[in-house]
Ligand binder design. Sequence first.
Ligand SMILES: C[S@@+](CC[C@H](N)C(=O)[O-])C[C@H]1O[C@@H](n2cnc3c(N)ncnc32)[C@H](O)[C@@H]1O
Length: 131
Amino acid sequence: MHTLARRNISNTPHKNISLLTAVLPSIPLEDSTIDVVISNCVLNLLPDEHKPQVWREIYRVLKVGGKVIVSDVLARKELSEEMKLNAALLVGCVAGAALVEDVEKWMREARLEGECPDFYLGLFSWSNCVK
Ligand SMILES: C[S@@+](CC[C@H](N)C(=O)[O-])C[C@H]1O[C@@H](n2cnc3c(N)ncnc32)[C@H](O)[C@@H]1O
């Protein structure tokens, strides 16, 4: 993954990009150091017990006024156990989808402020969410 990322970076004029590997929900960055957290289709893959923590970590690393831009798959109703245990649905980012209201609760508990996520082309996204 880093090889591809490095190649993509080398094709840009930017010299201030660095790569860091992390296993979520931990984010190995200092408190209040990040302007924008961007994530696409990753948080649904975390085990359920780690999902609230990743929102606390996002809050912790953001500067005051920092922004969260997340796009992910969420569920409007509880998935069946059969769906949750289906490996194809897991790698397809469906089996791990959290309930919309749970994510809103975790964000509120983490003290992130924002509007309800927008639903767009099958994905929920947050772009007005700030510390
Ligand atoms: C569906 S891919 C999305 C990749 C990329 N964000 C994109 O939009 O193309 C999911 C990614 O989440 C990563 N991932 C899954 N669980 C993770 C965890 N606990 N910590 C960090 N990354 C994780 C996987 O390695 C994979 O690269």
